[in-house]
Design a protein around this ligand. Structure first.
Ligand code: 2P0
Length: 327
């Protein structure tokens, strides 16, 4: 009788960075150059089952019902290797992962994916980790995944190395009604991965040192804004931080950008709503989709305006979501 064969399923929600992570001090261990700060969302999540079995001769990775090619599975296998090393076990796993998104538009995210994988795999191999340790493991899969261990507002402490770089909750269940409207402007796969993009920006942007100071200030101020329930501060700090991150792409050599024409259309719509007295702010990550921060009393107005540009299934209204769950 095998001591393994323990199927564990975990669910993790994606998080949206309000203070962005854009660059590493250690690429192999995914130690960032700055702290970052996020909000976990309820509508987008990944469910992953992991079973380690003594009779397997290789890992089997199933993604949304289909086997993944070896090249695509490499990053998942690399995290399994880290976990095998921690457990001191030489044993393979079956991984079955499903991205749950409310529309067919897709909103794949490495943050929920690697958080769910870390949680399910660690438990299945017999490691009983604290959330802090789990956050460190998830980070090895994808930096932003370390924040998806927790719900609500979360800070990733950059630390100095593997042991000190992890996320912690700032406010896991904010008693503050907020919405994040996700606008899927384009589903095409990005041509510049975030891993590569942040490496080029750190190496070549003349503004990179200034970015580190920007993040320090923005982090301090966003925490104050949340404590004071100051939505306009929260929104404007997030929007400016996002634009300053994107300035690191435009100022890199070679330069690159994640904006497309439709992203700019959404941005102009948000700015125009704001100049008409509706507090709403945008943020954008390593892809053209836009997320709009808004308070519930104004959500419908913003959605209506966006519907003049996009179809209903391109617009998803999300709210703060929970941390890691075992099913
Ligand atoms: C973030 N992003 O803080 C930033 C803002 C995208 C823009 O974290 O190289 O997939 O695997 O650590 O976590 C996306 O980068 O990168 C990301 P790796 P990751 O959410």
């Amino acid at each position: 009788m095998s001591s393994f064969d323990n199927k564990i399923t975990a669910r993790a929600h994606t998080n949206i960075a309000l203070i962005k992570y854009w660059g590493k001090q250690n690429a192999k261990l995914k130690i960032p150059t700055t702290n970052s700060f996020s909000l976990t969302l309820d509508k987008f999540y990944t469910e992953t089952s992991v079973t380690f079995k003594e009779n397997y001769t290789a890992d089997r990775i199933i993604f949304n019902g289909k086997p993944l090619s070896d090249s695509k599975a490499a990053r998942i296998v690399a995290l399994l290797d880290v976990i095998r090393g921690m457990a001191n076990q030489d044993i393979y796993a079956e991984v079955n992962t499903t991205n749950m998104v409310p529309t067919s538009a897709g909103f794949a995210s490495s943050s929920s994916g690697f958080a769910a994988l870390a949680a399910a795999a660690c438990k299945s191999i017999g490691l009983n980790l604290s959330k802090k340790e789990l956050s460190r493991v998830a980070r090895r899969g994808s930096g932003s995944a370390c924040r998806s261990i927790y719900g609500g507002f979360v800070e990733w402490h950059k630390g100095l190395g593997d042991r000190t770089s992890f996320a912690s909750p700032f406010n896991e269940q904010p008693d503050w009604n907020l919405n994040v409207i996700a606008v899927m402007v384009n589903q095409a796969e990005k041509t510049m991965s975030s891993t590569k993009g942040m490496e080029i920006s750190k190496k070549t942007s003349p503004y990179y040192n200034a970015w580190k100071q920007v993040c320090k200030n923005d982090l301090k101020n966003i925490k104050k804004a949340i404590k004071n329930r100051d939505f306009e501060k929260l929104g404007s700090i997030s929007e400016e931080n996002a634009m300053r991150m994107h300035a690191l792409t435009l100022s890199a050599s070679p330069d690159y950008t994640y904006f497309d024409g439709k992203s700019l259309q959404v941005i102009k719509t948000i700015q125009s709503l704001r100049s008409n007295g509706i507090p709403c702010y945008f943020t954008m990550d390593a892809g053209p989709n836009i997320k709009v921060l808004v308070e519930p009393q104004n959500t419908d107005k913003v959605v209506q305006e966006l519907k003049s540009l996009f179809s209903t299934d391109q617009i998803v209204v999300a709210a703060p979501g929970p941390g890691i769950e075992y099913l």
